[in-house]
Design a protein around this ligand. Sequence first.
Ligand SMILES: [Zn+2]
Length: 412
Amino acid sequence: MQHIIDRFISYVIIDTESDASSPTTPSTPKQWDLANKLVEELKSIGMQDVTIDDKAYIMATLPSNVSHHVPTIGFISHFDTSPDFSGANVKPQIIPNYDGKDIVLNAEKNIILSPSYFKDLLQYKGQTLITTDGTTLLGADDKAGITEIVSAMEFLIQNPDIKHGTIKVGFTPDEEIGRGAHHFDVEKFGADWAYTMDGSQVGELEYENFNAAGAKITFKGKSVHPGYAKGKMINSMLIANDFINQLPKGETPEETKGYEGFFHVHHLNGTIEETVLELIIRDHNKKKFEKRKELIEKIARKINKKFAKQFGEDIVIAEIADQYYNMKEKVLPVKYIVDIAEKAMKELKIKPLIKPIRGGTDGSQLSYKGLPCPNIFAGGHNFHGKYEYVPAESMQKAVDVIVKIAELTAKL
Ligand SMILES: [Zn+2]
């Protein structure tokens, strides 16, 4: 297991924070530092056709070692880290044989990783935890996934008695800013299906995510001297307020869970003359998702009607754009790809945790680009912040799952 720990640490000490405000791919040049290293490493463990394109997308092949036809499967993860928290100068700490008590991440700043707040820690008593020093994120999201895929490929290469078909490996930049799948060449990748290794705790297996849209709603107004405004002034901020009040009560992120969808108002900026409201719409169910978008249009129409005479033109303009869709629609017709992963976990005595993602993954975009792509645990917890940690044992389990999936696929 030391080998996995060393590999993981060699990745997390390289800063690969992505940047949503950058128009380039990768969004930050420093992502090349790890990308180039990964290319060399894939070559050195014996992977074939290792390529990196001008946008830092890495692909590699492990050729089949059986003579019969086996579907080509892929494993994908991302090497950037979230811009939500610093990824520079990561100093990982290794806690062997975790005793179930508080972990002092940083004595000077009194930053404690405690099972009183993070109860998940207790399931890892006796294991080797890798944490931060309290000043950065760790980057287990998703360098744990990369560690696991590289280690699984290395294991298969060193153990040719394990029979498998062709396996493709894909590493992407910029997943954390929602662009990981944008330039992913599904055709070049050439897999029948793939798995992102980008989930959290051991056992996670996900093939349902939100349908997602964003709406920008612009409210117009009319500014008049407040002392003489009766019947003349139209305050766009108050119209926006009226709009928000017409959204269904209780359907917000803070009041929903599981399969419950929501409207999330995340930006509001206004003057008398113009107010811009931005919100996102989320629902696992396609029909309900469409209904939610219709409701936005309906409220806008209602307000427009009310002000038609006084304002002369539409006072509310609603622009709605779809962002991504539930991969379930693309995965259900090939549900056996989830069943294989589930079977692999069960054979390894790992309890599968199948639940809907309340968000999206690169896998959802890839599924709609023609590469069905469920998500599997990578083992880390508390992503995107200083409390992020990963048990080395969980990474080893993910390696075992990858190897087992390869084995089971060869027996299809
Ligand atoms: Zn991730």
